[in-house]
Design a binder for this molecule. Structure first.
Ligand code: SAM
Length: 255
Protein backbone atom coordinates (compact mmCIF):
# COMPACT_ATOMS: atom_id res chain seq x y z
CA UNK A 1 0.00 0.00 0.00
CA UNK A 2 1.50 3.31 -1.02
CA UNK A 3 0.90 6.50 0.81
CA UNK A 4 0.27 9.12 -1.83
CA UNK A 5 1.44 11.89 0.45
CA UNK A 6 4.88 10.21 0.62
CA UNK A 7 5.07 9.82 -3.10
CA UNK A 8 3.99 13.31 -4.04
CA UNK A 9 6.16 16.24 -3.43
CA UNK A 10 4.91 19.56 -4.68
CA UNK A 11 7.53 22.11 -5.38
CA UNK A 12 6.35 25.62 -4.81
CA UNK A 13 8.75 28.37 -3.97
CA UNK A 14 6.41 30.11 -1.55
CA UNK A 15 3.55 27.78 -0.68
CA UNK A 16 2.19 30.25 1.86
CA UNK A 17 1.41 32.80 -0.85
CA UNK A 18 0.18 30.28 -3.36
CA UNK A 19 -3.51 30.93 -2.85
CA UNK A 20 -3.07 34.68 -2.93
CA UNK A 21 -1.45 35.06 -6.32
CA UNK A 22 -3.08 36.91 -9.16
CA UNK A 23 -4.88 34.47 -11.45
CA UNK A 24 -2.45 33.45 -14.22
CA UNK A 25 -3.55 33.64 -17.85
CA UNK A 26 -2.52 30.06 -18.37
CA UNK A 27 -1.13 27.42 -16.04
CA UNK A 28 0.66 24.24 -16.96
CA UNK A 29 1.24 21.19 -14.81
CA UNK A 30 4.53 19.33 -15.17
CA UNK A 31 4.91 16.01 -13.38
CA UNK A 32 8.21 14.22 -12.97
CA UNK A 33 8.80 10.68 -11.74
CA UNK A 34 12.29 10.32 -10.32
CA UNK A 35 14.43 8.50 -7.80
CA UNK A 36 16.02 11.84 -6.88
CA UNK A 37 13.28 14.42 -6.23
CA UNK A 38 15.65 16.70 -4.32
CA UNK A 39 17.55 17.38 -7.57
CA UNK A 40 14.65 19.60 -8.68
CA UNK A 41 14.71 21.92 -5.71
CA UNK A 42 17.57 24.25 -6.49
CA UNK A 43 17.40 24.59 -10.29
CA UNK A 44 13.80 25.77 -10.12
CA UNK A 45 14.18 27.77 -6.92
CA UNK A 46 15.09 30.96 -8.80
CA UNK A 47 15.18 32.69 -12.16
CA UNK A 48 12.32 32.91 -14.60
CA UNK A 49 11.03 29.38 -14.01
CA UNK A 50 11.20 29.86 -10.23
CA UNK A 51 9.14 33.03 -10.60
CA UNK A 52 6.63 31.26 -12.86
CA UNK A 53 6.25 28.53 -10.23
CA UNK A 54 5.73 31.18 -7.56
CA UNK A 55 3.05 32.81 -9.70
CA UNK A 56 1.35 29.49 -10.41
CA UNK A 57 1.92 29.69 -14.19
CA UNK A 58 3.97 26.51 -13.87
CA UNK A 59 2.95 23.89 -11.35
CA UNK A 60 5.70 21.37 -10.80
CA UNK A 61 4.83 18.03 -9.17
CA UNK A 62 7.85 15.93 -8.41
CA UNK A 63 6.94 12.32 -7.56
CA UNK A 64 9.48 10.24 -5.73
CA UNK A 65 9.65 6.76 -7.25
CA UNK A 66 11.08 5.07 -4.15
CA UNK A 67 7.76 4.74 -2.23
CA UNK A 68 6.43 2.72 -5.17
CA UNK A 69 9.35 0.27 -4.82
CA UNK A 70 8.80 -3.37 -3.99
CA UNK A 71 9.08 -5.06 -0.61
CA UNK A 72 10.59 -3.89 2.62
CA UNK A 73 13.51 -2.20 0.83
CA UNK A 74 11.33 -0.54 -1.78
CA UNK A 75 13.34 -2.14 -4.54
CA UNK A 76 13.08 -0.40 -7.93
CA UNK A 77 15.75 -2.23 -9.95
CA UNK A 78 16.95 -5.74 -10.67
CA UNK A 79 19.57 -7.66 -12.64
CA UNK A 80 18.99 -7.92 -16.41
CA UNK A 81 17.56 -11.13 -17.86
CA UNK A 82 20.18 -12.65 -20.12
CA UNK A 83 23.01 -11.24 -18.03
CA UNK A 84 25.13 -8.18 -18.66
CA UNK A 85 26.40 -5.28 -16.61
CA UNK A 86 24.36 -2.92 -14.47
CA UNK A 87 20.83 -2.96 -13.17
CA UNK A 88 17.53 -2.36 -14.94
CA UNK A 89 14.56 -0.46 -13.51
CA UNK A 90 11.70 -2.85 -12.83
CA UNK A 91 8.40 -2.09 -14.56
CA UNK A 92 6.01 -2.42 -11.58
CA UNK A 93 7.15 0.62 -9.51
CA UNK A 94 7.26 2.83 -12.63
CA UNK A 95 3.85 1.58 -13.76
CA UNK A 96 2.35 2.26 -10.31
CA UNK A 97 3.80 5.78 -10.25
CA UNK A 98 2.60 6.49 -13.81
CA UNK A 99 -0.89 5.17 -12.97
CA UNK A 100 -1.04 7.38 -9.87
CA UNK A 101 -0.25 10.50 -11.92
CA UNK A 102 -2.72 9.48 -14.65
CA UNK A 103 -5.40 9.03 -12.02
CA UNK A 104 -4.76 12.52 -10.71
CA UNK A 105 -4.50 14.05 -14.21
CA UNK A 106 -6.50 11.98 -16.71
CA UNK A 107 -5.10 12.46 -20.21
CA UNK A 108 -1.66 13.48 -18.96
CA UNK A 109 0.91 13.27 -21.83
CA UNK A 110 3.46 10.68 -20.74
CA UNK A 111 7.02 11.22 -21.88
CA UNK A 112 9.91 8.86 -21.23
CA UNK A 113 13.34 10.49 -21.06
CA UNK A 114 15.73 8.25 -22.99
CA UNK A 115 18.79 8.72 -25.22
CA UNK A 116 16.93 6.54 -27.74
CA UNK A 117 14.04 9.00 -28.11
CA UNK A 118 13.12 11.77 -30.56
CA UNK A 119 15.68 14.56 -30.18
CA UNK A 120 14.17 17.49 -28.29
CA UNK A 121 14.25 20.84 -30.07
CA UNK A 122 12.51 24.21 -30.06
CA UNK A 123 9.67 22.87 -32.23
CA UNK A 124 8.89 20.15 -29.67
CA UNK A 125 9.18 22.71 -26.85
CA UNK A 126 6.59 24.82 -28.73
CA UNK A 127 4.31 21.81 -29.19
CA UNK A 128 4.54 20.96 -25.49
CA UNK A 129 3.83 24.55 -24.44
CA UNK A 130 0.64 24.50 -26.54
CA UNK A 131 -0.62 21.23 -25.07
CA UNK A 132 -3.88 21.69 -23.19
CA UNK A 133 -3.15 19.12 -20.47
CA UNK A 134 -0.42 18.16 -18.06
CA UNK A 135 2.93 16.63 -19.08
CA UNK A 136 4.61 13.78 -17.22
CA UNK A 137 8.36 13.28 -17.63
CA UNK A 138 9.76 9.93 -16.51
CA UNK A 139 13.42 9.95 -15.53
CA UNK A 140 15.32 6.67 -15.78
CA UNK A 141 18.49 5.62 -13.94
CA UNK A 142 20.96 2.70 -13.97
CA UNK A 143 21.26 0.86 -17.31
CA UNK A 144 17.80 2.07 -18.19
CA UNK A 145 14.26 0.84 -17.78
CA UNK A 146 12.52 -2.46 -18.51
CA UNK A 147 11.47 -2.38 -22.18
CA UNK A 148 7.80 -3.00 -21.27
CA UNK A 149 7.47 0.45 -19.69
CA UNK A 150 7.70 1.88 -23.21
CA UNK A 151 4.20 0.56 -23.88
CA UNK A 152 2.90 2.86 -21.15
CA UNK A 153 4.14 6.18 -22.57
CA UNK A 154 3.00 8.48 -25.38
CA UNK A 155 6.40 9.75 -26.49
CA UNK A 156 10.11 9.16 -25.92
CA UNK A 157 12.42 12.16 -25.78
CA UNK A 158 16.20 12.49 -25.82
CA UNK A 159 17.91 15.80 -25.15
CA UNK A 160 20.85 14.94 -27.41
CA UNK A 161 23.21 12.28 -28.64
CA UNK A 162 25.07 11.60 -25.41
CA UNK A 163 24.33 9.47 -22.36
CA UNK A 164 23.55 11.02 -18.97
CA UNK A 165 23.47 8.92 -15.82
CA UNK A 166 19.85 9.84 -15.19
CA UNK A 167 16.83 11.46 -16.84
CA UNK A 168 16.52 14.24 -14.26
CA UNK A 169 18.68 16.82 -16.04
CA UNK A 170 16.96 15.90 -19.31
CA UNK A 171 13.53 16.48 -17.70
CA UNK A 172 14.72 19.84 -16.36
CA UNK A 173 15.83 20.88 -19.83
CA UNK A 174 12.37 20.06 -21.19
CA UNK A 175 10.62 21.94 -18.37
CA UNK A 176 12.87 24.99 -18.75
CA UNK A 177 12.61 25.20 -22.55
CA UNK A 178 8.84 24.55 -22.55
CA UNK A 179 8.02 26.62 -19.47
CA UNK A 180 9.61 29.82 -20.77
CA UNK A 181 7.27 29.71 -23.79
CA UNK A 182 4.15 29.88 -21.62
CA UNK A 183 2.29 33.18 -21.60
CA UNK A 184 3.39 35.34 -18.70
CA UNK A 185 6.71 33.60 -17.98
CA UNK A 186 9.01 35.92 -19.94
CA UNK A 187 9.07 39.58 -18.96
CA UNK A 188 9.15 40.55 -22.62
CA UNK A 189 7.39 37.97 -24.82
CA UNK A 190 8.59 39.89 -27.91
CA UNK A 191 12.02 38.35 -27.37
CA UNK A 192 10.57 34.92 -28.23
CA UNK A 193 9.85 36.07 -31.77
CA UNK A 194 13.46 36.72 -32.65
CA UNK A 195 15.52 34.27 -30.66
CA UNK A 196 17.42 31.30 -32.06
CA UNK A 197 15.44 28.52 -33.77
CA UNK A 198 12.35 30.77 -34.07
CA UNK A 199 12.50 30.68 -37.88
CA UNK A 200 14.96 27.80 -37.88
CA UNK A 201 17.82 30.27 -37.79
CA UNK A 202 20.19 31.25 -35.02
CA UNK A 203 19.66 34.68 -33.55
CA UNK A 204 21.61 37.78 -34.70
CA UNK A 205 24.52 39.02 -32.52
CA UNK A 206 23.78 41.26 -29.53
CA UNK A 207 25.76 44.27 -28.28
CA UNK A 208 25.39 46.55 -25.29
CA UNK A 209 27.57 49.32 -23.76
CA UNK A 210 30.41 50.25 -24.12
CA UNK A 211 30.62 51.31 -27.76
CA UNK A 212 34.21 50.11 -27.90
CA UNK A 213 35.61 47.19 -25.90
CA UNK A 214 39.25 46.06 -26.25
CA UNK A 215 39.45 47.55 -29.71
CA UNK A 216 36.19 45.98 -30.91
CA UNK A 217 33.49 48.45 -31.93
CA UNK A 218 29.74 47.99 -31.96
CA UNK A 219 28.64 47.82 -35.66
CA UNK A 220 27.80 51.35 -36.82
CA UNK A 221 24.34 50.37 -38.06
CA UNK A 222 23.21 49.62 -34.48
CA UNK A 223 24.13 53.18 -33.46
CA UNK A 224 22.38 54.74 -36.48
CA UNK A 225 18.85 54.84 -35.04
CA UNK A 226 17.56 53.70 -38.45
CA UNK A 227 15.20 50.87 -37.48
CA UNK A 228 14.68 49.63 -41.04
CA UNK A 229 18.42 49.27 -41.57
CA UNK A 230 18.86 47.67 -38.17
CA UNK A 231 16.16 45.07 -38.92
CA UNK A 232 17.73 44.28 -42.31
CA UNK A 233 21.21 43.99 -40.75
CA UNK A 234 19.91 41.64 -38.05
CA UNK A 235 18.10 39.42 -40.56
CA UNK A 236 21.21 39.22 -42.74
CA UNK A 237 23.44 38.45 -39.73
CA UNK A 238 21.06 35.75 -38.51
CA UNK A 239 21.14 34.06 -41.93
CA UNK A 240 24.93 34.44 -42.28
CA UNK A 241 25.55 33.07 -38.80
CA UNK A 242 23.20 30.13 -39.37
CA UNK A 243 24.77 29.30 -42.72
CA UNK A 244 28.21 29.29 -41.12
CA UNK A 245 27.43 27.51 -37.84
CA UNK A 246 24.32 25.43 -38.46
CA UNK A 247 23.70 24.97 -42.20
CA UNK A 248 21.57 21.92 -41.29
CA UNK A 249 18.90 24.29 -39.91
CA UNK A 250 18.58 26.11 -43.25
CA UNK A 251 18.44 22.79 -45.08
CA UNK A 252 15.59 21.58 -42.86
CA UNK A 253 13.68 24.82 -43.50
CA UNK A 254 13.17 23.81 -47.12
CA UNK A 255 10.89 20.93 -46.17
N1 SAM B 1 21.68 2.09 -21.31
C1 SAM B 1 20.88 3.15 -21.81
C2 SAM B 1 21.10 3.29 -23.31
O1 SAM B 1 22.23 3.01 -23.76
O2 SAM B 1 20.18 3.74 -24.02
C3 SAM B 1 21.23 4.46 -21.13
C4 SAM B 1 20.75 4.54 -19.72
S1 SAM B 1 21.19 6.05 -18.92
C5 SAM B 1 22.70 5.62 -18.14
C6 SAM B 1 20.06 6.18 -17.59
C7 SAM B 1 18.87 7.09 -17.83
O3 SAM B 1 19.30 8.40 -18.09
C8 SAM B 1 17.99 6.73 -19.00
O4 SAM B 1 17.04 5.73 -18.65
C9 SAM B 1 17.33 8.05 -19.33
O5 SAM B 1 16.18 8.27 -18.52
C10 SAM B 1 18.39 9.06 -18.92
N2 SAM B 1 19.13 9.62 -20.07
C11 SAM B 1 20.42 9.39 -20.37
N3 SAM B 1 20.80 10.07 -21.47
C12 SAM B 1 19.72 10.76 -21.88
C13 SAM B 1 19.46 11.65 -22.98
N4 SAM B 1 20.40 11.97 -23.88
N5 SAM B 1 18.22 12.18 -23.10
C14 SAM B 1 17.24 11.86 -22.21
N6 SAM B 1 17.43 11.02 -21.16
C15 SAM B 1 18.63 10.48 -20.99
Amino acid sequence: MHHRADALWFHRARPDTFGMRAAPRFAMDFHVITLFPEMFESPFGGGMIGRAIEQGIIVLHVHALRPYGLGKYRQVDDAPYGGGSGMVMRPEPLAAAIDAVAEEHPGVWKVLMTPQGEVFDQAIAREFSARPGAILLIAGRYEGIDERVRAMVDQEISIGDYVLSGGELAAMVVIEATGRLLAGVLGNPESLKEESFGERTLEYPHYTRPEEFRGMRVPEVLLSGDHGKIRAWREAEARRRTARRRPDLLERRKF
